[in-house]
Design a protein around this ligand. Structure first.
Ligand SMILES: Nc1ccn([C@@H]2O[C@H](COP(=O)(O)OP(=O)(O)OP(=O)(O)O)[C@@H](O)[C@H]2O)c(=O)n1
Ligand SMILES: C[C@](O)(CO)[C@H](O)COP(=O)(O)O
Length: 231
């Protein structure tokens, strides 16, 4: 059977409220250098020659997005949910009929503005036609402690084989839909790969980069600015 060329689509969950940032507005719109965080993230996909189209999922009440996305640069889906998992699931449902079951979907946090075309292209090239899919991640380099009562360290977790998941996390459209349809607990399914793992499948780990950090706490803003200031 003739296989058509693979198609790659980006899906950016941007419907969070940034509670841990405590900035008074959704953190994905905070300035990082000269641009809002989400614009950096969007521009990374626009600069990759491999992404056919980008979708941004925001809350139905979002008041900022229209000033961020240039006309035609991406499609805004106003179907954000109460959790990242629900936002991604709602967006995938909204794309039914638009994406084909074998299309690749790269789900990437709006809160990771340090992504660049090189990392996107590395993920796509390394995953190739892997039967499951894959994600950017970083091997753990610090010693990992498990805490007990009163913030005490009760044990050390062997770090061999431990990775910190980043995004994009890329899966074929139907597999990701099926995985998220089966997912129930947003406190356990905190990334797309965990929903796929819950089906008994093993996505490929592809080494990412510290520049692709998730901007979560106020101190992360300066780190992101440092990486985004470099050429
Ligand atoms: N209901 C939600 C929650 C999160 N996200 C998105 O998922 C990504 C990663 O989530 P996180 O860093 O936790 O963002 P927030 O949920 O906004 O942060 P917090 O948990 O501090 O509120 C972000 O781009 C965020 O906008 C989303 O689309 N829908
Ligand atoms: C998807 C993710 O960025 C992978 O590390 C992470 O799980 C998001 O967690 P958050 O609590 O929604 O920020």
């Amino acid at each position: 059977m003739k296989h058509s060329a693979p198609r790659y689509f980006a899906l950016i969950p941007a419907a969070g409220i940034g509670a841990r940032m405590a900035s008074g507005s959704p953190k994905q719109y905070l300035p990082i250098g000269a641009k809002p965080m989400l614009r950096h993230t969007l521009d990374a996909f626009l600069s990759s020659g491999l992404i056919a189209h980008t979708y941004v999922v925001v809350s139905a009440r979002d008041e900022y997005i229209d000033a961020i996305v240039p006309p035609g640069a991406a499609t805004v889906l106003r179907c954000g949910g109460a959790s990242r998992m629900e936002s991604v699931r709602n967006a995938l449902r909204a794309l039914e009929g638009e994406l084909h079951e074998h299309d690749w979907v790269l789900v990437h946090d709006a809160a990771r503005p340090g992504l660049n075309a090189a990392l996107i292209d590395k993920l796509i090239a390394t995953v190739g036609d892997h039967p499951v899919g894959g994600l950017l991640a970083l091997p753990v380099v610090d010693t990992v402690k498990r805490s007990g009562a009163n913030a005490t360290s009760v044990s050390t977790v062997a770090r061999d084989g431990l990775w910190l998941a980043q995004t994009p996390q890329m899966f074929r459209y139907k597999l990701l839909c099926d995985a998220l349809a089966a997912a129930t607990d947003a406190s356990v399914i905190t990334d797309d790969a965990s929903a796929v793992e819950a089906l008994g499948l093993s996505p490929k780990l592809v080494e990412g980069h510290p520049r692709n950090l998730k901007v979560t706490l106020p101190a992360d803003i300066r780190i992101a600015e440092m990486y985004l200031a470099a050429p």
